[in-house]
Design a protein. Structure first.
Length: 236
């Protein structure tokens, strides 16, 4: 569904992505892991067209996305930190985004599950960090996109809100969507993801299913399997 080929990106002298090639199939939840600063968000932003790679290509459903725009309608994005006009009310933000895509199919399930209507008249600037995350999650899923890119989606969410989001992720996966999740929480990845892509220092360290990782390391917990691979220098 998304194919990345020989992607390179530098910021000044710092090479953040080094010849990254990977293929993400539909109907999977892929967790993107790796140390802080490894290049995970930069890769996501390249897919979204928010960062232009220096070299390489990204294809969605067989077509290059570089310097194109229409494909973005197929992707829902939840950023690590959602930035909104502080003075706008929650209702105004949601209406504004809806207005941009008048003819799109609407999936407002998360608006209901998070009871966002109850805070519609609050200003974005007055929301707690977790509530702001709920708005970001609701917006990411709002247009029923084929692909979801979620950057540390449960960071800051309370346990109930996090469960609701995990449930939603699994529900959308069943519909054949591709969901990429950046996360540092291994227990959570284990609950929702099928595959793990590990990026270290701008390069892919491994891309395997959770079952393969456990089998290869003979560990039954993902956190231990990943720790073992990282410390013992396994590659695949
Ligand atoms: N706009 C930018 N200008 C300059 N350097 C940047 C920019 N965006 C990211 N970087 C640098 O690129 C590197 C990779 O950043 P990126 O955000 O992709 O990492 P990450 O793997 O998502 O990290 P984290 O787990 O901390 O979110 C970091 O060293 C970061 O400082």
């Amino acid at each position: 569904m998304i194919t990345i080929k020989n992607l390179n990106k530098s910021y000044g002298k710092l090479q953040v992505l080094k010849d990254v090639s990977v293929e993400f199939p539909k109907g999977k939840v892929v967790s993107v892991i790796g140390p802080n600063g490894a290049g995970k968000t930069t890769m996501s932003k390249c897919i979204l067209g928010m960062v232009l790679p220096d070299t390489g290509d990204i294809k969605m459903n067989g077509e290059s996305v570089l310097k194109k725009y229409a494909y973005r309608n197929l992707i829902g994005y939840m950023p690590q930190i959602g930035r909104y006009p502080e003075n706008m009310k929650v209702r105004q933000v949601i209406d504004m985004i809806r207005d941009i895509r008048k003819n799109a199919t609407i999936d407002d399930e998360l608006i209901g599950l998070y009871r966002l209507e109850e805070i519609y008249e609050k200003r974005m600037g007055a929301l707690s960090g977790g509530t702001r995350q709920k708005v970001s999650a609701a917006l990411a899923f709002l247009f029923d996109p084929q692909v979801l890119i979620l950057d540390e989606p449960t960071a800051g969410l309370d346990p109930i809100a996090a469960e609701i989001l995990k449930g939603k992720i699994l529900k959308e996966k069943k519909k054949g969507k591709l969901i990429l999740i950046t996360s540092h929480v291994m227990s959570e990845i284990e609950e929702v993801a099928d595959e793990v892509l590990c990026i270290v220092d701008g390069s892919i360290r491994f891309y395997q299913t959770i079952a393969e990782l456990k089998e290869q390391t003979q560990e039954d917990r993902l956190s231990r399997a990943v720790a073992k691979i990282m410390s013992e220098g396994y590659t695949s």
